[in-house]
Design a protein around this ligand. Structure first.
Ligand code: ZN
Ligand code: ZN
Length: 312
């Protein structure tokens, strides 16, 4: 193995940067990178009350750990965790246990919610009853993602959070960019990026808690390495595969990244460059935010997406 610039044995060789890093300098670089992402995108400001969407897996654990490290010395910012139990057998419960242990270890308050309580049923039961949408695009993954987003937003808002921090890493972000491109979904694309804040542009936008993605520039394998070196106990079980196009995109990107190191970075950075144009392009055409007739939560139609998928 190569050596770090400090002379110590390297724990990683970053192909796209052409440099090797020792344990100390690798971990420092991850924390610096996250701070930089937060700083340049103005993700946090005094008075913020940040809800970390904690799953028990590696990504949100890193977000919680580093945010806590940054925020602890400051008295003007509050941090807590929100966890959603999706009811996926063999996954949700053990992940929930890990998330509770992590919160306890860091001295962070955790709030737990569930699909079962909100929708009457969890993912396992739902998957058995899902009839595929005729376009073939509504995979179980969509039900899960929509449900999670809905509960996180509703509960974070009730808890008066000013931001929701999620554990989307670079791999997730690059996948998201390609997914939206494939689906031609410009509205969804406009909602991506480091910060999503509807209150800046839309009436009733404040019903959506702004979202921040502090590790969007950190690849998944580096998140794993950080967790391992730090000795954090996270849920390592395989996430159920998303299925459909997303799964294909994930495999495709993994293959490309292996062959052409840094390609996910360029996908993300190119997207960031065109994001302002996408946002400008959809502005005024995406319709107003409406209040769901069934549940009173914000959405784009008469009935919100969560009620459509979960309560009909
Ligand atoms: Zn070093
Ligand atoms: Zn609704």
């Amino acid at each position: 193995m190569k050596k770090c610039r400090c002379g110590k044995r390297a724990v990683i060789f970053r192909k796209h940067e052409g440099r090797a890093l020792c344990k100390y300098h690798f971990m420092e670089s991850i924390e610096q990178k996250m701070k930089k992402t937060i700083g340049k995108n103005k993700m946090i400001k005094p008075g913020d009350k940040i809800a970390v969407a904690l799953t028990g897996g590696k990504d949100s654990a890193v977000v919680l750990y580093i945010l806590n490290k940054i925020i602890k010395p400051r008295r003007d910012i509050e941090l807590f965790a929100i966890t959603v139990d999706e009811g996926i057998g063999g996954y949700s419960k053990p992940a929930l246990k890990k998330s509770a242990a992590l919160s306890k270890k860091f001295g962070i308050r955790q709030h737990v919610f569930s699909f079962k309580k909100d929708f009457g049923t969890g993912m396992d039961t739902k998957v058995r009853t899902i009839k595929k949408h005729k376009s073939g695009l509504k995979e179980p993954y969509t039900y899960c993602a929509v449900g999670r987003r809905y509960i996180l937003n509703k509960e974070a808002r009730k808890l008066r959070a000013t931001k929701i921090a999620t554990g989307h890493n670079l791999d997730d972000e690059a996948q998201g960019v390609l997914m939206n491109y494939i689906r031609g979904d410009m509205f969804r694309a406009a909602r991506m990026g480091p910060v999503t804040d509807w209150s800046l542009t839309k009436k009733k936008g404040s019903l959506f808690v702004p979202r921040i993605r502090p590790i969007r520039e950190i690849p998944g394998n580096e998140v794993s390495l950080y967790i391992r070196l730090k000795g954090l106990d996270v849920f390592k079980g395989e996430r159920p595969l998303p299925g459909g196009i997303r799964e294909g995109v994930e495999k495709f990107l993994n293959r490309l990244e292996k062959k052409y190191a840094g390609i996910e970075f360029s996908i993300l950075h190119t997207f960031d460059k065109i994001l302002p144009s996408i946002r400008k392009g959809v502005k005024g055409t995406e319709g107003e935010i409406r209040i769901c007739k069934k549940c009173g939560e914000p959405g784009s139609g008469e009935i919100c997406e969560a009620c459509e998928l979960w309560r009909s």
